[in-house]
Design a protein around this ligand. Structure first.
Ligand SMILES: Nc1ncnc2c1ncn2[C@@H]1O[C@H](COP(=O)(O)OP(=O)(O)OP(=O)(O)O)[C@@H](O)[C@H]1O
Length: 254
């Protein structure tokens, strides 16, 4: 499914937070969203996912304006992995992942074999099968993050928005999760702080600054020393890595 945003604007009181953002994501593409703290990444993701209404502009998913689509209908296709989602504390890991099936179930339908299979598959994909019955509140930060990703996977979405999905994860799981999202047959938009991970796993990257798109293109086109200086205020060398020629950033210490 494609995602298209046209002239999105959103703000709070007089403060403009997302300003005239237009972008498009092709079916199956992985788009990275990078930018300094407070540049509007989370706000833009929420607009794209229909969790927030823009003051003006529109978002189309699969050619349909999401303003006219009910939340439950939208969540049959669209999943959102929040930065630090709060979850009711008195639940098990599998209870959390089961919530991902909610959009697919009617009030009268029981829990089906298909629902169970989706939960089992999602837990397996994030390496949490053995924790299935563990209490949610006893998980570590990174384990919670993986369970939230499993909940989104259980939703069987065709579009996935992820807000810094790797920020609590060790390097092994950061790579595992991003590789998995890239290899899944879905369209994804991922806000990331780690620029080298964005370079490795995203087909294209959008750079936000002060709520506006500063640059958009392939990792090679976007991640230049000049852009890193202008937007992120750091000095860096950018090498072509051995990994399919994707850029690799080396930050200067001094
Ligand atoms: N509901 C709100 N009310 C007031 N200000 C808000 C609101 N939501 C976001 N902001 C402000 O908008 C700006 C963008 O926030 P946002 O969370 O989208 O940035 P971000 O790029 O995701 O940041 P970070 O990298 O730190 O997670 C910030 O200055 C934030 O304080």
């Amino acid at each position: 499914m494609s995602v298209v945003a046209e002239n999105l604007r959103w703000g709070v009181r007089r403060k403009i937070i997302v300003s005239d953002v237009s972008l498009s994501v092709a079916p199956g593409e992985t788009l990275g969203l990078i930018g300094p703290n407070g540049s509007g990444k989370s706000s833009l993701l929420r607009l794209l996912a229909g969790l927030r209404r823009p003051a003006s502009g529109r978002v189309e998913i699969n050619g349909q304006d999401i303003a006219g689509v009910a939340r439950k209908a939208l969540s049959r296709h669209v999943a959102f992995v929040q930065q630090s989602a709060a979850t009711d504390t008195n639940v098990s890991v599998e209870d959390v992942v089961r919530l991902g099936r909610t959009p697919h179930r009617s009030a009268l339908a029981g829990w089906s074999e298909g629902d169970e299979a989706a939960v089992t598959d999602a837990l397996q994909r994030v390496g949490m099968t053995s924790r299935r019955t563990q209490a949610w509140q006893t998980l570590s930060g990174g384990e919670r993050q993986r369970v939230h990703i499993a909940r989104a996977l259980a939703q069987a979405p065709q579009v996935m928005f992820l807000d810094e999905p790797t920020n609590h994860l060790d390097i092994h799981h950061q790579i595992e999760i991003l590789r998995m999202v890239r290899d899944l047959d879905l369209t994804s938009v991922i806000a990331l702080h780690d620029l080298n991970l964005a370079a490795m796993y995203c087909d294209r990257i959008v750079v936000l600054q002060d709520g506006q798109i500063h640059a958009c293109g392939t990792p090679e086109e976007v991640l230049t020393p000049q852009l890193l200086k202008d937007v992120f205020r750091v000095s860096a060398h950018v090498d072509a890595s051995a990994d399919a020629g994707r850029p690799h950033i080396r930050f200067s210490a001094g």
